[in-house]
Write a protein that binds this ligand. Structure first.
Ligand code: AMP
Ligand code: ZN
Length: 488
């Protein structure tokens, strides 16, 4: 284990304060993050939450923890109103597109994985799907009923919130009072099968036209959205585990219900540390698919959009996100992403310069202090923006050594290089910049264009056309001009 691991503090949403992190089992961390509901392309807001937890996973790993990171795919049960009413989001999309629900699931799971890969987010260790865990969900419902916290009604099963609240505080995570919740909950049509309006569905009876349904002890139906995460986190991380993450908007009711379900079935509050990432906003409003106030990652990467003048590399977008603390809101603007691009370039250029600095017999600064400042930023509830600021202090130093205004020893140069790489590449996940890819391609392209030039000089048009068309098929356009040939 890294000696800094003992000093990590995490803001626990359940306690409303920062506390020193102590895992249930020394050296191991169980981490569960609510994954996407795969009925549409993930927008940049969704990506922010997943990238924040990727950074958390990376830092825990860097500290030497053996992390089991579970992030699910919600492929059934998430209803249009985010509660118990309306169509299933995936079924609805399937109906509109005249596809099988599983075709929708496949299409958007592939998109999600592609985008995560472009953002250099590491895959979780386990990525369970809700449809793959129907039996576990049924078993959990049976335990909740057996313990007296669930009841069947017309082939559906509901969680009895008021019964639960007699001994456990429902609303403890979101800071809501049950009296307020009760008085704010209207009795909606179709909710009459519940004993009380606040009760939520564990299992819902499926009508004959409903597509995604399974047999259960209560008849044919489908699981409730909140239950999926409880069943899958319990299966892979146990009745009690270390960290549960998700976006702030999932605190209520989703995570509140997860606490209730876990406690009702196992007698223990399931999660030690609840972590919530804040929202990415656009024009000051939460980025959201349903309101149309959203940007898709590929629109930014390709430049095919109406709001930005040029494309942005995924690493620049990731760097932009790392410049805000995961618990603060972050507003996406053209000016902010352009500033992030400049900052990212300054950082990567300094890291390149670091490799070839002139070395001296003394260092004019204490390089260990830089390293300590990197750890203290991240140990303070994963404060990536402070880490970035501290990395820029090191950048300033590197640039002054480069300008001959400061000195560094060989040992310090090694240390700084190792630690900056660890924090920039391993922890912040800023790996290959766009230029890194081009760097490898450039000499190859020089060679290919030379061969094409030779062919043209020999009037071998077949070969020269073959090269041009082959490059075009690979998405590379060659342009001949007076002052030479260019490609992009
Ligand atoms: P969903 O697919 O709707 O279940 O959402 C997937 C994840 O994205 C959840 O953790 C949400 O909290 C998160 N999320 C949704 N909108 C935003 C946003 N504008 N900013 C950050 N996270 C978001
Ligand atoms: Zn969840």
């Amino acid at each position: 284990m890294n000696s800094h691991a003992k000093k990590l503090s995490i803001y626990n949403s359940l306690k409303g304060e920062k506390v020193i992190f102590k895992p249930l089992k020394d050296g191991f961390v169980g981490l569960y993050v609510c994954g996407p509901t795969v009925y549409s392309n993930v927008h940049l807001g969704n990506c922010r939450t997943f990238i924040s937890f990727d950074m958390v996973y990376r830092y825990l790993t860097h500290l030497g923890y053996k992390v089991r990171y579970v992030r699910n795919i919600t492929d059934v049960g998430h209803l249009v109103d985010d509660a118990d009413e309306g169509e299933d989001k995936i079924s609805k999309k399937a109906r509109l597109e005249q596809l099988e629900p599983m075709e929708i699931v496949q299409q958007y799971s592939l998109d999600f994985h592609k985008v995560m890969n472009e953002f250099n987010a590491l895959p979780p260790n386990i990525e369970p799907t809700a449809t793959g865990h129907i039996i576990e969900q049924i078993e959990m419902i049976q335990a909740i009923i057996a313990n007296g916290f669930g009841y069947e009604s017309n082939g559906s099963v509901y969680f009895d919130v008021e019964k639960y609240n007699e001994n456990h505080p429902y609303g403890e995570l979101s800071g809501r009072k049950i009296e307020d919740l009760i008085s704010n909950t209207r009795t909606l049509d179709g909710q009459s099968e519940k004993r009380a309006p606040l009760d939520f569905a564990l299992w819902k009876n499926a009508s004959s036209e409903h597509i995604m349904k399974w047999p259960s002890p209560w008849g044919v139906g489908f699981p409730g959205w909140h239950l999926e995460c409880s069943a899958m986190s319990t299966k892979y991380l146990g009745d009690e585990f270390d960290i549960h993450g998700g976006g702030m908007d999932l605190k209520f009711p989703h995570h509140e219900c997860e606490i209730a379900q876990g406690t009702a079935s196992n007698g223990k509050s399931p999660v030690q540390y609840w972590m919530h990432g804040n929202m990415l906003t656009l024009n000051g409003q939460k980025m959201s698919k349903s309101t149309g106030n959203s940007i898709l990652p590929h629109e930014l990467f390709s430049g095919e959009n109406t709001f930005m003048e040029k494309p942005f590399d995924p690493m620049v977008v990731r760097f932009f996100m790392m410049q805000a603390h995961y618990r603060s809101t972050l507003d996406f603007t053209s000016a902010a992403i352009s500033a992030a691009e400049k900052g990212y370039l300054r950082l990567t250029e300094a890291m390149k310069a670091l490799e070839t600095l002139n070395l001296s017999s003394v260092s004019s600064v204490n390089v260990n202090e830089f390293v300590e400042s990197f750890y203290s930023a991240m140990n303070d509830d994963f404060n990536a923006p402070i880490l970035v600021a501290n990395l820029f202090e090191a950048v300033k130093f590197i640039n002054s050594v480069n300008d001959g205004k400061a000195t560094i020893t060989a040992a310090d140069q090694q240390l700084l290089q190792t630690e900056m790489t660890a924090f920039v590449v391993d922890v912040l996940g800023l790996a290959q910049s766009a230029s890194a890819g081009e760097d490898k391609l450039s000499p190859v392209m020089d060679l290919v264009l030379d061969l094409r030039q030779e062919a043209r000089a020999n009037k071998d048009w077949t070969t020269s056309d073959k090269i041009r068309d082959g490059l075009a098929n690979a998405g590379i356009t060659v342009k001949d001009a007076k002052d030479g040939t260019t490609w992009n």
